[in-house]
Design a protein around this ligand. Structure first.
Ligand SMILES: C[C@]12CC[C@H]3[C@@H](CC=C4C=C(C(=O)O)CC[C@@]43C)[C@@H]1CC[C@@H]2C(=O)c1ccc(O)cc1
Length: 238
């Protein structure tokens, strides 16, 4: 008979404090009300939808920077590495954020409106399909808030981003988060031993979306769509 590994998984006091710090930061940093209200009120047109998504994307980058600064240990990394990690993970963190938001049904109908504006923003089908497939694969996981916040943190703390100098320091920080997430998955999804592996599989899918995103921006640019200076800065768009 296969001996089920009933390994005694225990979250330490420090790890519990880490989860709390990351979850508080994740919940504290939301898109400002006035931005989301505009998204609900403005009329629909491909141009208007693109402008609104650009505004909400710009706001999300600012939220991402604030969240990242609250990741325990992040500010003790080398300053240039902090920038390299933010630039390297901005697109993936944004797609992970959009998947987490779009897989939640909100009473305000925000999710439906957002989805409608994405579908009618002048984005070509070839990028729409993989993006919505990703949203679906995230939705099927039914991630808890802690798992979402930790998965975003793990994405940001990816050591092999371009221009990262002290690879080990980032790796150590990421491993701390991976260990906490692994334990959480075992405790919160006891009947799904593969759940943690499935979560990490989503990070691989995120990297392919990153590739699509570069082409998506270029296709928008050719139809002379303007991005904000912050988006150009963080996404290396000319
Ligand atoms: C990524 C995205 C811009 C940012 C949106 C995302 C859909 C849902 C979101 C939810 C957010 C929240 O509720 O916190 C923050 C903004 C995001 C993350 C859009 C889907 C396609 C779009 C896009 O790629 C895009 C890129 C450049 C643009 O100028 C306009 C759109």
């Amino acid at each position: 008979t296969t001996k089920l590994s009933k390994e005694k998984v225990e979250i330490t006091k420090e790890q519990r404090a880490l989860i709390k710090a990351i979850l508080d930061a994740y919940n504290r940093h939301q898109i400002p009300q006035d931005v989301t209200k505009k998204l609900l009120q403005e009329q629909y047109s491909a141009e208007e939808n693109f402008l609104l998504l650009t505004e909400v994307a710009t706001s999300q980058v600012q939220v991402l920077v604030e969240f990242t600064k609250n990741i325990p240990g992040f500010l003790s990394l080398d300053r240039e590495d902090q920038i390299a990690l933010l630039k390297g993970s901005a697109v993936e963190a944004m797609f992970l954020r959009s998947a987490q938001v779009l897989s939640k049904k909100m009473p305000s109908g925000y999710t439906e409106v957002l989805e409608e504006r994405i579908r009618k923003s002048g984005m070509s089908e070839e990028f729409m399909t993989p993006m919505f497939n990703f949203y679906k694969s995230i939705e099927e996981l039914h991630m808890t808030q802690e798992e979402q916040a930790l998965l975003t943190t793990i994405t940001i703390l990816t050591p092999d981003r371009p221009y990262v100098k002290s690879h080990e320091a980032v790796e150590r920080l990421q491993e701390t988060m991976l260990d906490v997430l692994r334990k959480l998955c075992v405790l919160q999804h006891p009947q799904e031993p593969q759940y943690f592996a499935r979560l990490l599989g989503r990070l691989t899918e995120l990297r392919t979306l990153h590739h699509y995103h570069v082409e998506m921006l270029t296709s928008w640019k050719t139809n002379d769509h303007k991005f904000t200076p912050l988006l150009c800065e963080i996404w290396d768009v000319q």
